[in-house]
Design a protein around this ligand. Structure first.
Ligand code: MG
Length: 170
């Protein structure tokens, strides 16, 4: 019997673009005319990643844990959300194996920023940078991404925990 418990989680998020808002992706502020609207700082990368982690541990989603009807989360640094999900994950004995993240943005070109985003996300997750991958895709000028109405993000995360020395009833 294997001693490793492996979990996969998937997250997705979309936020509208608004002129004059700061653009924050993966905790990194990116120079741009528009930013992501939202109750919090609108960081689609950390929201999708939070949902992926919560999904992997069967803990619901970000909206259940941090309802956007609560004033306390208004303008919140999304680091709070990822740290909350990580605390739950660690409480269950899991660690992050890797994450793969796709940012859907027509503009700006994120090529130069991908490495900064990756390094920051890796630091938040306390893993080596090669366990985090950031991809950027345009919307091919169609749909809500291509028409510059919104940005979206998808994240998949793999977690593992070592069951040796744990009593899981088998
Ligand atoms: Mg969100």
């Amino acid at each position: 019997m294997t001693t490793m418990d492996i979990r996969v989680g998937l997250g997705h998020d979309t936020h509208r673009l608004e002129e004059g808002r700061p653009l924050i992706l993966g905790g990194i502020t990116i120079e741009h005319s528009h930013g992501l609207a939202g109750h919090s700082d609108g960081d689609i990368v950390l929201h999708a990643l939070t949902d992926a982690i919560l999904g992997a541990i069967g803990a619901g989603d970000i909206g259940e844990l941090y309802p956007d009807t609560e004033a306390i989360w208004k303008g919140a640094d999304s680091r709070i959300f990822i740290e909350g999900a990580l605390a739950r994950m660690q409480g269950l004995g899991y660690e992050v194996v890797n994450t793969d993240i796709i940012i859907h943005a027509q503009r700006p070109k994120l090529g130069p920023d991908k490495e900064r985003i990756r390094d920051h996300v890796a630091a938040l997750l306390a893993v080596e940078p090669d366990r985090v991958n950031i991809k950027a895709k345009t919307g091919e000028k169609v749909g809500h991404i291509g028409r510059l109405e919104a940005m979206a993000c998808q994240a998949v995360v793999l977690l593992q925990r070592d069951l040796r020395g744990r009593d899981h009833g088998f």
